[in-house]
Design a protein around this ligand. Structure first.
Ligand code: PEP
Ligand code: MG
Length: 875
């Protein structure tokens, strides 16, 4: 029976036998990638090991030795050969990845002799001894069960004794002394010498991997993840390659396409005569991959071909770690590369054009949430840029903010709504919270693949890396560029697309959508069945919505037209009116203003449907705050007791008190306003019809959808519907125009959803107002809950998500389903949509599609996201 497979004897379908990692290595080898050669001992061998009472049977042993011989032949190196030693890594590899089951052992094969060989080969004794001591420590910990603590303690004492503060200060001789100490630890603890014979090392390591299948961590992990115990683990033995064996060697990281812009060019960096750690450590500055073409033309050629092969095979952009050992290229790792939204779109679109993927796959390649990045601003080029310094353009986008040097502070200020830019020598995972809260990140060290760059790109945040001109003084909380000192709190502006840092604030302009973006969205429009509209209350927003591809307006909140500073006094006059006559005269002043807004919106939407909602909020929202008014009145009573101002203010206060409600969100608002003050709704309806009549004269045909908010009982809608019809007839009589319009309602009260069959009798359409529906279904105040308890609920997992952002499908969603079902039982073709915040959230959009709604409506900036999410819902 075959227990051992060379990497070129397997493929990705053999996971069960070779484990995930082994099958992957085999696949990469079999498609012709230059992977460092090796072999995999199968999961069946693991079971055989246990069946035989934790022993590797002679048969398996024999096969391992044969595989080793083939490995030696292929690599032209020999295990234990001091002149050209083969060193290998040993890794476990279960069918399902089990992180932390067994630590990897690197550089197996090192001993007192081969370390000398490595010192000579790399011409770097310090590196060789350092690797050897790491190997002893790792092997002893994982295989011989000697706790790392002993090694760390010894090293610490050694450093202290010699006055070193960090490991790089230790010389080759120092490491030799440390090695002697390490070997003594092993002898003291295990009563045996550290194994010098490489084959003995190998078999001990293999035994140890098999044993790790049943260590405590692994058993617990399997139980948690329901992984069967009988699967066993494979063992992967892979030859080590070294990029630090002279000027014909090197190591690097590269992407098959530019992860920042998506451009189809190799992108990355490398270091000649270096190991992976050197790139990460940032001691030497890596070279851009393009220069490899001059330095090692053949290697570059092979590298370019390999990248092509990888993309053809994996159908996506890859992020590759590679090493060149004496002129020979090796791919150490490849995985799908992280990218900016801009790059994701360009790559997806170009891969369709190159025939690598189809349109549906392309649509799934872009996360709707990522699109936000693209809709961000850029610096207005018509203003001068006072460039202070230039770093690497690590993540596009522009930002302005106050300089801070500490992630905690960035988080604190960011949460207070302040704009800050986090400036650090470099970032680590400990800084994540600060990066999230900051507008942008700037580092003085590190390349395009550094932590800050990768994280910021993923978040769509502007980032500049490796700006070495920046001399950061963390203690003084300032940085210096040449003679300029920038202090903590000073404003700077950065351009992540060019890498420039500027002093002060520079005006920004709104983004435009790239050609690829438009194309991808056009494909999304072809694929989707759900309509996408926008919520917009003024002509500018409507224009933006139209530009972003909205197929109409799903919600125009007319109260926003009342909130204009010039109009508020008239609105107040209307509210304060003591009789109908006074109220009507105020309304007559408001009418032309609303009419003008409607005309602007209709024009911007060029004939697309526009849903206009009649007044919704409680009237006190248009009046001054009660407490403030009281203070003013009291002041006037003392200072100027006979003034008319006092009289007016007192009257206002009286009205404010009259309108005061304990629970205004459940109070006199929505259609309840229209029921009690029909003249308000009449004015609004008339303004709509006058606007349409006017536009008709200019040749634009408009079909409005007039929407009545907060209906809970069919009788409310019945009465309001008649009111709108009467207004239309009246304007028709005056203007001689006939109107084609719909009258519908919002479904945002549970009772409306539950009696939707009755309500549909009076409605031409439903629009689910999931903001209020969430408020009333949960009984959570939408204005208070988040700050008071909702955050804690989400943190403690009482609720999976914030229901005001992500639709609660189990509860609120059930009411939506019920509303649609009952409504359509009455009117099979009843038009249905959603206009709460959820209309711009991807999982809620998918729910709307599945529930059979006709459209979603969201803020203009989320329209592209919604178009893509709606397409993904159908795929
Ligand atoms: C809603 O309640 O979901 C809605 C869209 O209306 P508003 O947010 O204006 O209450
Ligand atoms: Mg509402």
């Amino acid at each position: 029976k075959k227990f051992v497979y060379m990497f070129n004897e397997g493929n990705s379908s053999m996971k069960e036998l070779l484990g995930g990692k082994g099958a992957n290595l085999a696949e990469m080898t079999s498609i012709g990638l230059p992977v460092p050669f090796g072999f995999t001992i199968s999961t069946e061998s693991c079971n055989a090991y246990y069946d035989a009472g934790k022993k590797i049977s002679p048969d398996v042993q024999e096969q391992i030795l044969q595989a080793l011989a083939r490995l030696e032949q292929t690599t032209e190196k020999r295990l234990g050969d001091p002149s050209n030693p083969l060193l290998v890594s040993v890794r476990s590899g279960a069918v399902f990845s089990m992180p932390g089951m067994m630590d990897t052992i690197l550089n197996l094969g090192m001993n007192d002799e081969t370390v000398e060989g490595m010192a000579k080969l790399t011409n770097n004794p310090r590196f060789a001894y350092d690797s050897y001591r790491r190997f002893i420590q790792m092997f002893s910990d994982v295989v011989l069960d000697v706790d790392v603590f002993f090694f760390e303690q010894l090293l610490e004492e050694y450093r202290e004794k010699h006055g070193y503060t960090s490991d790089p200060e230790l010389s080759a001789e120092d490491w030799q002394e440390v090695i002697a100490g390490y070997k003594k630890i092993v002898k003291d603890r295990t009563r045996k010498e550290f194994p010098q014979e490489p084959k003995e090392q190998l078999f001990l390591a293999i035994n140890s991997v098999f044993d790790s299948w049943n260590n405590q961590r692994a058993i617990v992990y399997r139980r948690l993840n329901k992984i069967p115990d009988h699967l066993g683990t494979a063992v992967n033995i892979q030859s080590m390659v070294f990029g630090n064996t002279g000027n014909e060697s090197g190591t690097g990281v590269a992407f098959t396409r530019n992860p920042s812009t998506g451009e189809n060019v190799l992108y990355g960096e490398y270091l000649i005569n270096a190991q992976g750690e050197d790139v990460v450590a940032g001691i030497r500055t890596p070279q851009p991959i393009a220069t490899l073409e001059n330095e090692m033309p053949e290697v570059f050629q092979q590298f370019a071909e390999t990248c092509h092969l990888l993309e053809q095979h994996y159908h996506d952009m890859q992020d590759i770690e590679f090493t060149v050992e004496r002129g020979k290229l090796f791919i150490l790792q490849t995985r799908t590369g992280k990218r900016t939204a801009q790059a994701a779109i360009r790559i997806a679109v170009e891969m369709v054009e190159e025939g690598i993927i189809d349109k549906k796959t392309a649509l799934l390649r872009v996360d709707p949430d990522q699109l936000n990045q693209l809709l961000h601003r850029r610096i207005d080029e018509s203003y001068p840029r006072n460039q202070l310094a230039k770093g690497l353009p690590a993540s596009p986008g522009a930002a302005t903010g106050a300089v801070v040097f500490d992630a905690d502070e960035a988080e604190q200020l960011g949460n207070d709504g302040k704009r800050v830019i986090l400036v650090r020598p470099e970032t680590t995972p400990d800084d994540i919270h600060g990066i999230i809260a900051a507008q942008a990140v700037v580092t003085s060290r590190g390349g395009m693949t550094s932590h800050a760059a990768v994280v910021a790109r993923g978040m769509g945040k502007a980032c500049i890396c490796g700006c070495e001109a920046l001399k950061i003084d963390l203690r003084e909380k300032q940085f210096r560029i040449g003679d300029t000192v920038v202090n903590h709190g000073d404003m700077i502006t950065i351009d992540g697309a060019t890498g420039e840092i500027m002093l002060g604030e520079i005006p920004m302009i709104e983004p435009q959508l790239s050609e690829e973006f438009q194309l991808l969205l056009a494909w999304a429009d072809e694929a989707r069945k759900l309509g996408v509209r926008a919520n917009a209350d003024n002509p500018e927003d409507a224009k933006k919505a139209f530009e972003f591809g909205a197929g109409g307006i799903g919600l125009c909140r007319t109260e926003h037209m009342f909130m204009d500073a010039k109009r508020v006094p008239i609105v107040q006059k209307m509210i304060l009116a003591s009789n109908l006559e006074e109220r009507e005269s105020a309304l007559a002043e408001l009418l032309p203003m609303q009419q003008g807004d409607f005309e602007g919106i209709f024009e911007a939407m060029q004939g697309f449907p526009v849903t206009i909602r009649l007044l919704d909020p409680p009237l006190h929202e248009f009046l001054p705050d009660k407490e403030e008014l009281l203070v003013e009145v009291t002041k006037l009573q003392i200072l100027d007791p006979s003034s008319t101002e006092l009289m007016e203010k007192e009257q206002l206060l009286k009205k404010v008190r009259q309108l005061d409600e304990f629970n205004p969100m459940l109070g006199h608002r929505g259609c309840r306003l229209g029921m009690i003050y029909p003249e308000i709704y009449e004015m609004q309806a008339e303004a709509i019809f006058y606007a349409i009549a006017n536009l008709a004269d200019r040749g634009l045909e408009v079909k409005p959808e007039i929407m009545i908010p907060l209906v809970g009982h069919v009788n409310e809608l019945k009465e309001m519907r008649q009111l709108v019809i009467d207004a239309a007839l009246q304007v028709q009589e005056e203007t001689g125009k006939e109107f084609d319009y719909l009258i519908g309602t919002m479904i945002e009260i549970p009772r409306a959803a539950l009696t939707a069959d009755q309500i549909a009798e009076e409605a031409d359409f439903f629009s689910f107002g999931t903001n209020d529906l969430t408020q009333t279904t949960f009984g959570y105040s939408r204005d208070d809950a988040e700050g008071k308890f909702l955050q804690a609920y989400i943190e403690n997992k009482v609720l999976p998500e914030n229901p005001f952002a992500v639709l609660d499908q189990d509860g609120v969603g059930k009411l939506v389903e019920t509303g649609v079902k009952l409504g359509r039982a009455t009117k099979p073709y009843l038009k249905t949509g959603i206009c709460g915040e959820h209309g711009g959230e991807k999982s809620s959009i998918e729910f709307c599609y599945v529930t059979g709604l006709d459209y979603v409506s969201c803020s203009p900036y989320r329209v592209p996201l919604a178009r893509l999410a709606a397409a993904q819902a159908t795929i």
